[in-house]
Design a protein around this ligand. Structure first.
Ligand SMILES: N[C@@H](CCC(=O)N[C@@H](CS)C(=O)NCC(=O)O)C(=O)O
Length: 209
């Protein structure tokens, strides 16, 4: 049994879409970050770090989008969700590691500056640095996609749903995402995939208040 713990609009959207792409039956359990549900004793038993996503595979817990997406692609090889060539697969994993270690924290500095510096006086500077870095990262994603249909090239992979998270955050943070022509054309292609559209809409229909 596969059970995904996610929060609407959070980075867990990547794993949520990844699961949908497998076509396998799964249960999706919302953990509402806005309500602090990641800090409940019940969820701490799932992921003591209090983060989403977490994927329970018959009771074994996997965390981190990069690990979950790689697991899903390997568990369902017939779905061809990651390249089979080892070097190409490593290139995809490398891109996801960059998403997780650089791109995600750049947006976090915009959203949660208090996690990066003590004292309110320091927060505007942290936010400003986050905005500059996040925008530079979005521009890098845009250039990565230029001349290609999907992030890795001509084939859709599970690196794509991870990149969707940041396009959404960019829009939410009022960054001029439409100026990024390749990233925006790719976003439109993503939203035409029934699996992606269904998952995004399912998350949007969850009330977070
Ligand atoms: N690198 C992790 C990041 C996980 C993460 O930071 N998730 C955020 C949501 S985008 C979270 O659960 N935040 C809750 C909190 O920090 O209280 C991954 O890719 O899974």
């Amino acid at each position: 049994m596969l059970t995904l713990y996610f929060s609407p609009g959070a980075c867990s959207l990547a794993s949520h879409i990844g699961l949908e792409e497998t076509g396998a039956p799964y249960e999706a359990k919302p953990i509402l970050l806005a309500k602090g549900q990641q800090r409940t004793a019940e969820y701490q038993k799932i992921n003591p770090r209090g983060k989403v996503p977490a994927l329970s595979v018959d009771g074994k817990i996997l965390v981190e989008n990069t690990a979950i997406l790689t697991y899903l692609a390997r568990r369902f090889p017939e779905k061809k969700l990651m390249p089979t060539d080892p070097a190409e697969e490593a290139r995809g994993i490398g891109t996801m590691c960059w998403f997780s270690s650089i791109v995600h924290p750049s947006y976090q500095r915009v959203n949660r500056p208090e996690r990066f510096a003590e004292g309110e006086a320091a927060h505007p500077g942290v936010k400003e640095n986050g905005r500059k870095s996040f925008w530079a990262n979005c521009q890098e994603i845009d250039s990565m996609i230029q001349g290609k249909e999907w992030i890795m090239g001509s084939d859709y992979t599970l690196v794509d749903p991870y990149a969707l998270v940041f396009y959404g955050w960019g829009e939410r943070g009022k960054f001029p995402m439409k100026d990024l022509s390749a990233y925006t054309a790719w976003y439109d292609r993503m939203m035409k995939r029934p699996t992606v559209k269904k998952t995004v809409e399912a998350e949007q229909n969850i009330s977070t208040s």
